[in-house]
Design a protein around this ligand. Sequence first.
Ligand code: LLP
Length: 421
Amino acid sequence: MDHFLYRNGELMAEDVPLRQIADEVGTPVYIYSSATLLRHFQLFDDALSPMPHLVCFAMKSLSNVAVLKLLGDAGAGMDVVSEGEYRRARAAGVPGERIVFSGVGKTRSEMRTALTGGIRQFNVESEPEMVVLDEVARSLGVVAPITVRVNPDVDAKTHAKISTGKKEDKFGIPISRAREVYAAAAKLSGLKIVGIDVHIGSQLTELAPFEAAYTKVAELTEALRADGHEITRLDLGGGLGIPYTRSNEAPPLPTEYGALIQQTLGHLGCEIEIEPGRLISGNAGVLLSRVIYNKSGEGRDFLIIDGAMNDLIRPAMYDAHHDIIPVIEPAPGIEPRPYDIVGPICESGDTFAKQRNMPPVADGGLIAFRSAGAYGAVMSSEYNSRLMVPEVLVQGDQFAVIRPRPTYDEMISRDKVPSWL
Ligand code: LLP
């Protein structure tokens, strides 16, 4: 459920008409609903309530500092994968003890920043990383809390580009070698083992792969404890999928996911961490765009809009589907027609949907891409020297620009022409 609904014939974000935001901020623009973000965070927090737990928002899905502050103030932790994300989380007021540091290629400088600024744990992904983290921690005179990310060799049954838990993927260490790697970690005085980490992929629409992975983690917890390690925390990653189409998708709910965690791991008495991104932010955001031209091709009608693949790359990159709806509610009896919905960028990949049935929208009309809160703005760019897309946060009947659209001068003045040219 989200808070983007038609009221009095037009699409609202909570109590704000999208039309009003388009008029005041311009298009394209991302719009987020605070109530939806908080509700989705709360669903996870409630689902895990029988166990000690921390919900760490995977901020790679949506990293605007205002959104992080909203979730952080509600008690969320953060899953970060770079120094930039760590600094954003801290700028949003999230304390270090609620931040976990994931990622396959952490640098020394990232490790130093997190160790000096405060960190809950590093999810270590390889033996060389372990050795470097130990060195960095000792050089600072501190001890780094770690989990080791294990790769359980489970097929997440999702898009190949976002599957991470098969043995051929670059992530984690093979679970078959975990005991050996933990034994090596235990010898490093700059590290303190606190648990195990696993993350098998994103946009999972079934529970079975989670169940397979978490069952392996339960067995590993017992084996590592028998080896004398203190395993008090299990970080189970993110990945629970969302419905991208309203009609026929029903991925598992956070309550069912919570029950599965309880059932597979509850007996171990560990603190549970999860790292959901998409399920918290995905349906909490829309990309609002304006139709520039209706163009009739040979046997095809195109809607050419002012949003483009630089603003929302998911359709071009993953063939992802986003529902696209008109901001003015179509009158009853209006027949949808097939359109190719495309941006103005000079490549055919700049296509959001082909032969999508849509009610007609006139030139100048507004449309909204649903489910665009996750991996939308964060993956945007200035390709074709288009201005970075702005972001707006709505709360009830108020809204604020949380990242303004830069001016052309601002964009151009970032380039520096050398004196010898
Ligand atoms: N934890 C780790 C270690 C991850 O790598 C990810 C996502 C998550 C948590 C959050 O997963 P989520 O709950 O959001 O599924 N750009 C792609 C998605 C990439 C996901 C990468 N890792 C897309 O637009 O679909």
